[in-house]
Ligand binder design. Structure first.
Ligand code: GLA
Length: 412
């Protein structure tokens, strides 16, 4: 195990470094041969995802602006000549199904037979077959350095790496933009139906369709979201995104998005809209909120339309030509407003996330917000790269002062 591959502590800080491609591929190959006794035909990988802005908008037919992490999931795979499926994962948190090896057949995959950690990878095999795409059975060895935290789409990363492997092994030729969208839809269907987590598809489309050093504007208005790439040049200006993993883990059956989706649909229905996305362009939207039957629905709707506005603002600032410093300040403010909205209106934050955001801002971040579904997981702060250590220290100290466990950090 190389120095680069495990959490490292610098002056009491825990950093989560990304594996190099070579390290990840080697680990995946070794894991497949140790756990299942076979040599891989190849290794496929997919990154994690970090939403710059646009949280809880995907399942409201809205807008979101994600990028990808240097941290990736690697899947070593060997095609079989029967219809069996064997999967092994080295991730300790995957122990929830009583073991790290799962065995079944292609046609026996269901939410019941693949419950627990295998559901994410097996769900992809199930969904591809539902889409009429199939082939022989497969052995899979799965390893990942994407922190197991819903906010960074670890599950989408596993799904996408498996989808890429099956695309090649089953010769599906889904390599075009439309093909990758189809793979992303299969990953989303698998997570919804087999893992029974209500994902809106943000993570799946981001990890399959976003390239290094860019963000993509995903527009979920249509059933296959439109993606517009935009360059992400924070490093050229000495900036970085510091991810603060609060290490708070939670389990809500069906996920946070499932819980909030129901409220958002109710709000849209009361307003006579097909989704809350329709409020985005409505000049009378503030007045329309009073039509809603209760304050909770008003708050949910306000978050969705204001978050869609912030996504467009950040996208425009990234593509803009004005003075860079002013654009970064504006982006930072939008991130912080997003957090306020997620905490006050969407009510999916928690004290640790609020503290991470507050401590990052006090340490000089341009802006900060919680990331992902909420109630735990990570926050992200837009910072000067040279101040990463100092900012992380300030946040870690704030956590200690509050008696919270030490957060973990990574840079994107
Ligand atoms: C979860 C879901 C995503 C998205 C985010 C919130 O991670 O899986 O589809 O809804 O929450 O933005």
């Amino acid at each position: 195990m190389g120095e680069n591959t495990t959490p490292t502590s610098t002056r009491d800080l825990v950093w989560m470094p990304a594996w190099t491609r070579a390290q990840g591929e080697q680990r995946a190959r070794s894991h497949l041969s140790q756990a299942l006794g076979v040599d891989a035909d190849g290794v496929w990988s997919a990154p994690g995802q970090l939403t710059i802005i646009g949280e809880h908008t995907d399942y409201n037919n809205g807008l979101t602006l994600p990028t990808i992490t240097p941290h990736r999931t690697f899947v070593a795979a060997k095609l079989r000549d029967d219809d069996r499926v064997r999967m092994a994962s080295d991730n300790a948190v995957f122990d929830d199904n009583g073991g790290q090896v799962w065995e079944g057949t292609l046609d026996s995959i269901s939410a019941e037979t693949a419950a627990g950690w295998p559901s994410y990878a097996a769900g992809v095999l199930w969904a591809l077959q539902e889409h009429g795409l199939t082939g022989k059975g497969v052995d899979l060895g799965i390893v990942s350095c994407v922190p197991w935290s819903t906010g960074l789409s670890n599950s989408a990363s596993v799904e996408a790496a498996v989808a890429r492997a099956m695309n090649d092994l089953w010769k599906l030729s889904l390599d075009s933009e439309a093909g990758l969208s189809e793979l992303a839809e299969a990953c989303t269907d698998g997570e919804n139906q087999i893992a029974r987590m209500a994902t809106g598809g943000l993570g799946q489309h981001a990890v399959l369709r976003c390239h290094d050093n860019e963000a993509i504007l995903l527009d979920f208005r249509d059933s296959i979201p439109d993606a517009t790439a935009c360059p992400l040049y924070f490093p050229d200006y000495g900036l970085a995104m510091l991810v603060i993993d609060t290490m708070v883990r939670f389990h809500i059956p069906g996920g946070v998005s499932g819980m909030r989706k129901e409220e958002c649909m109710r709000a849209a229905e009361e307003l006579g809209l097909s989704s809350l996305r329709d409020l985005h362009h409505d000049p009378a939207r503030l007045n329309r909120l009073v039509e809603l039957s209760d304050e909770t629905l008003r708050k949910r709707a306000r978050h969705v339309y204001s978050e869609n506005d912030r996504v467009m603002l950040v996208k425009e600032e990234l593509s803009g030509t004005g003075p860079a410093h002013e654009r970064f300040v504006s982006i930072g403010k939008a991130l912080s407003r997003s957090h306020t909205s997620l905490a006050a209106d969407f009510e999916v934050s928690c004290p640790e996330l609020d503290l991470a955001v507050q401590a990052a801002s006090m340490a000089g971040a341009l802006g900060a917000r919680m990331v992902g579904g909420g109630f735990g997981g990570p926050a992200v702060a837009l910072i000067r790269r040279s101040l990463a250590e100092r900012t992380a220290h300030a946040i870690a100290q704030a956590f200690r002062d509050h008696g919270y466990d030490d957060p973990h950090f990574l840079l994107v």
